[in-house]
Write a protein that binds this ligand. Structure first.
Ligand code: HEC
Length: 99
């Protein structure tokens, strides 16, 4: 790892830490729970649908549909139940702004 990469990783971690302390519902922190399946940048590997290229509305409609079991799913219906509507809105804004 180059010194430059190391420096930017450290900066990114410091930034994440700062956000976590400032506000628990900070979207960048919430989104870390989605990275494993949907990719760090919202571009999902394999069969899992990507989270980029969605409007805020489409994103929150999907999450709320999973949460209320109106949209059939394998994992997202269980996962979405752990998020408040405010957190879903925060995530929707975060992913809608990712390119
Ligand atoms: C364990 C893997 C996993 C994790 C973690 C995960 N997802 Fe998903 N996600 C999926 C799968 C698989 C689908 C397809 C629907 C299904 O079968 O559940 C999906 C579908 C979605 C969709 C609908 C996409 C579409 O085009 O229909 C949204 C929105 C979504 N996930 C958001 C999130 C958010 C936000 C998080 C983090 C809070 C998250 N996911 C975490 C696996 C995951």
């Amino acid at each position: 790892m180059s010194l430059r990469t190391l420096a930017s990783c450290t900066l990114a971690l410091m930034a994440l830490g700062g956000i976590a302390q400032a506000d628990e519902t900070a979207p960048a922190v919430l989104a870390t729970a989605c990275f494993a399946c949907h990719g760090m940048d919202g571009k999902s590997p394999g069969q899992i649908p990507s989270l980029t290229g969605k409007t805020k509305e489409a994103f929150s409609t999907a999450m709320k549909g999973f949460k209320t079991d109106q949209i059939p799913a394998t994992v997202m219906n269980r996962l979405a139940k752990g998020y408040t509507d405010a957190e879903i809105e925060a995530l929707a804004t975060f992913y809608a702004n990712l390119k």
